[in-house]
Ligand binder design. Structure first.
Ligand code: ACO
Length: 377
C-alpha cells in the first residue's frame, strides 16, 4: 500500500450541491440536470445564468426580466472609472478585475446584506459589470475612448463590441456566447471553493467573488488558457511543434491545458471548444493556431494516456479566443466574466446552508522547544 498522504483535498466531499455534476470517467458535465453539449448548442449564456442561479431554465418573461436587469446594471459608476484610470497601464487584467470587484462592493447599496434577494441583485450586477470592466480596462490601457454598452444586446455581443469597437458578426457572438456557457460552472473547482470558504465566514458576496477571482488567476487554474497561448506563440511555426514538444518532454515540463483532477477522459468542454476553434480558424482563414494546438494534442496525448491525462477546457479556448482577436492576457478575465455566474450560484447555496470551513492539518513541525534570549541564538 502507498504511504503517500492524501493532499489537495482530492476526493474529499466538502458540500452538498445541486448545481453541477461531473462524471469524470465518461467525460460528462451537467448543469442542473442539463448536459453541457445541449446547453452550449441551444441555450444563451443569460438562460444558463438563470438556470444556475434558480435551478430551472427561464420562461420567456423570466428571461426578459433577467435581460432587463442585466441591461440596467451595465453602467460604470464614476468612481470606479476614475479608479481604473489611476492604475498602471501594465496591470494584470485579473488584478484589475479583483480591484474593480472590491470597489463595486464599496459602491453597492446591498453590499453588506446577506439576504437571498440582495445576493441575487448583486450577482446580476457583477455579471453585468465584469465584462464592462474587462473591456474598459483594455481600452483605457491602450488610450482608446470608452464605448457605451447596448443594454438590448447580450453580454457576449457587448463584450466583443466594447472590446473591439465594431459590431461583432453573428457567428462570433454565437461562439463567444457558447464559450461563456462552457466556463460558467464546474462544481467545486479551486476558485468556487475559495468563494465558498470566504462566504462561510459570513463575509459578503463581493468579498467572496474577490477571493474567487484571485484564485482563478493562477496558471494551474484559470490562468492556464493564457499559458497555452504563450506556448503556441513560443512554438512559432506549425512545423516546429514536434521539436518544441521533444524539448518539453526532455525537461519533464508540464504541458499547459492538459489534465484535470476530475476527468479521466477528454474534458467535454475541450471537445466543444476544439470544434469551435477549428471553425473559427476556417472562417478567419487562419487555421495556424488550431492546427498547432491539434498537433500538440496528437503528439503529447498518447504519451500520457496511461496516466489519464487529456486536454482540459483551457487547451482549445486559447486558439479560439486568439483567432477572435482577443489579447491573450484577457483570456482568464473572460473566464471570470463567465464563472461569476457559477461562483454566485454556489454562494447562494452556501449562504442558504452555511457551516464554517475549518479543516485541520497533519502537524509535522518540531515540538518541546524552549525560548532563548536573542543573544543566545
Ligand atoms: N502535463 C504533463 N504531465 C502532467 C500534467 C501536464 N499538464 N499535469 C499533470 N501531469 C502529471 C504529473 O507530472 C504527475 O505525474 P507523476 O504521477 O508521474 O508524478 C501526474 O500527472 C499528476 O499530476 P499532479 O500535478 O499531481 O495533478 P493534480 O491533479 O494535482 O493537478 C493540474 C491538476 C493542476 C490541472 C495539473 O494537471 C496541471 O498543472 N495542469 C496544467 C495546467 C492546467 O492546464 N490547468 C488548468 C486546469 S483546468 C482549470 O482549472 C480550468
Amino acid at each position: 500500500m502507498s504511504d503517500k498522504k492524501p493532499s489537495g483535498l482530492e476526493d474529499v466531499v466538502v458540500a452538498q450541491s445541486s448545481i453541477c455534476l461531473i462524471d469524470g470517467k465518461r467525460g460528462q458535465l451537467v448543469y442542473r440536470g442539463y448536459d453541457i453539449d445541449d446547453l452550449a448548442q441551444n441555450a444563451s449564456f443569460e438562460e444558463v445564468a438563470y438556470l444556475l442561479w434558480n435551478g430551472n431554465l427561464p420562461n420567456q418573461s423570466e428571461l426578459e426580466t433577467l435581460k432587463h436587469d442585466l441591461g440596467v446594471s451595465m453602467h460604470f459608476p464614476k468612481h470606479l472609472l476614475e479608479l481604473l484610470r489611476e492604475l498602471p497601464f501594465d496591470a494584470n487584467p485579473m488584478r484589475v478585475l479583483a480591484v474593480a470587484t472590491a470597489a463595486l462592493g464599496t459602491l453597492d447599496p446591498d453590499a453588506d446584506s446577506l439576504s437571498p434577494e440582495a445576493n441575487r441583485k448583486k450577482a446580476v450586477r457583477l455579471t453585468a459589470m465584469l465584462p464592462l470592466v474587462t473591456t474598459a480596462w483594455h481600452r483605457i490601457r491602450n488610450g482608446y475612448e470608452l464605448l457605451e454598452p447596448n443594454p438590448d444586446k447580450s453580454l457576449a455581443w457587448n463584450f466583443l463590441y466594447l472590446l473591439n469597437g465594431q459590431e461583432p458578426d453573428d457567428y462570433a457572438v454565437e461562439t463567444f456566447d457558447a464559450a461563456l456557457i462552457l466556463h460558467a460552472d464546474h462544481e467545486l473547482n479551486a476558485s468556487t471553493f475559495s468563494a465558498r470558504v470566504t462566504a462561510a465566514t459570513l463575509s459578503d458576496l463581493h468579498s467572496a467573488v474577490c477571493s474567487a477571482i484571485n484564485t482563478l488567476k493562477g496558471p494551474l487554474h484559470g490562468g492556464a488558457n493564457e499559458a497555452v497561448m504563450k506556448m503556441l506563440l513560443d512554438i512559432g511555426p506549425v512545423d516546429n511543434v514536434d521539436h518544441y514538444m521533444e524539448g518539453l518532454r526532455a525537461r519533464k515540463e508540464k504541458v499547459m491545458g492538459f489534465r484535470h483532477r476530475v476527468y479521466k477522459a477528454k474534458d467535454p468542454r475541450a471537445v466543444i471548444l476544439e470544434r469551435m476553434s477549428e471553425e473559427l480558424g476556417k472562417r478567419a482563414n487562419d487555421t495556424k493556431w488550431f492546427d498547432m494546438t491539434h498537433r500538440v494534442e496528437e503528439i503529447f496525448q498518447p504519451t500520457v494516456a496511461a496516466k489519464g491525462i487529456y486536454p482540459n477546457v483551457d487547451f482549445y479556448s486559447a486558439s479560439a479566443y486568439h483567432v477572435m482577436g482577443i489579447p491573450s492576457d484577457l483570456f482568464t478575465a473572460i473566464f471570470a466574466c463567465s464563472r461569476v455566474v457559477g461562483w454566485t450560484a454556489h454562494l447562494f447555496e452556501q449562504y442558504a446552508n452555511n457551516r464554517l470551513f475549518r479543516p485541520s492539518s497533519d502537524y509535522i513541525g518540531e515540538t518541546g522547544r524552549k525560548w532563548k534570549p536573542v543573544s543566545e541564538r
